[in-house]
Design a protein around this ligand. Structure first.
Ligand SMILES: [Mg+2]
Length: 292
């Protein structure tokens, strides 16, 4: 299949959208937003062999995951996804049907949140598959929530059970956009992040950006049942496993629709308390290592 055939096929997949004045067809797409909206922008790339495995994961699942990671970043700031573009580095020998399936997964994930794919770029090379999604979000009446707003004495919450996502949920999660928008419209949420790298690492980002510390209550941390199928300490999995894609946020006490796991404190660092004993937690979530 020639690259232009693939691009032609991709163009045919686009559906009309009120925000999209000109979809992928020209040098740039044209989108229109409400002038009151703030526009948010982010990019995320996934690599075969690092974020997914083309040999063992289904192309549809890979596509969904690529898109949902970006949508989860929209959830983290409580904005609505508005449109996205996708850049591909294709292995020369990849089956065009595989690419179409991945695209179908990307589009399905976007469609679920009214986020059209309005363009992109393809190139081929002798290396493994790389897919990069750039997403635009819009504030749509809600001030974006940052990582830096937590104050000493805030309650810390997560939106669901944690750990063991590697068994399947890293491919099948639902971005918490609706939950984020509801929470932020009802409560003064002070800081928020999506759990891509693990609670210990991502909560540490909130702490660093906000200039606070945090103490977690070991008995309150919700451990996903999947963790039972993995060797090792269950609590460590809940703290350190990446790709749960739940939200972690800070705000007032008494928010019943999320699970309270701790409190922010003045003393810097991340701590965990069990049976009245407090110990420091080293951020242990997933971290990409650069190799020489
Ligand atoms: Mg994120």
């Amino acid at each position: 299949m020639h690259e232009f055939d693939l691009i032609q096929w991709i163009r045919q997949q686009q559906s009309p959208d009120a925000h999209v004045l000109l979809p992928a067809a020209d040098d740039l797409a044209i989108v229109r937003f409400d002038p009151k909206d703030l526009i948010l922008i982010g990019v995320d790339q996934v690599l075969d062999g690092v974020h997914f495995d083309l040999q063992s994961h289904s192309p549809l699942d890979i596509g969904r995951k690529v898109m949902n990671r970006n949508l989860s970043d929209c959830a983290a700031m409580a904005c609505l996804p508005a449109s996205a573009v996708v850049a591909w580095a294709l292995p020369r020998k990849i089956d065009p049907e595989t690419v179409k399936q991945i695209y179908t997964g990307i589009k399905a994930a976007g469609d679920a949140f009214a986020c059209p794919i309005v363009g992109g770029d393809t190139a081929s090379w002798d290396q493994r598959l790389v897919i990069s999604v750039t997403i635009l979000g819009r504030s749509a009446g809600i001030t974006p929530v940052r990582r830096s707003g937590a104050r000493v004495g805030d309650a810390i919450y997560v939106t669901g059970p944690l750990g063991g996502s590697i068994l399947s949920r890293h491919l099948t999660f639902t971005p918490r956009i609706a939950e984020a928008r509801e929470l932020v419209s009802q409560y003064p949420i002070s800081a928020m992040i999506d759990l891509s790298d693990g609670l210990s690492r991502d909560l540490a980002h909130i702490c660093t950006e906000s200039g606070v510390g945090a103490v977690l209550d070991a008995d309150l941390i919700p451990i996903h049942p999947d963790v039972r199928q993995l060797p090792g300490d269950a609590l460590s999995h809940a703290l350190d496993d990446g790709e749960d894609y739940e939200l972690c946020f800070t705000g007032p006490a008494g928010i019943n629709r999320a699970i309270r796991v701790g409190t922010t404190i003045k003393e810097p660092g991340l701590w965990i308390e069990k049976a009245g004993e407090r110990r420091i937690v080293k951020p242990g979530g997933f971290q990409h290592q650069l190799q020489n």
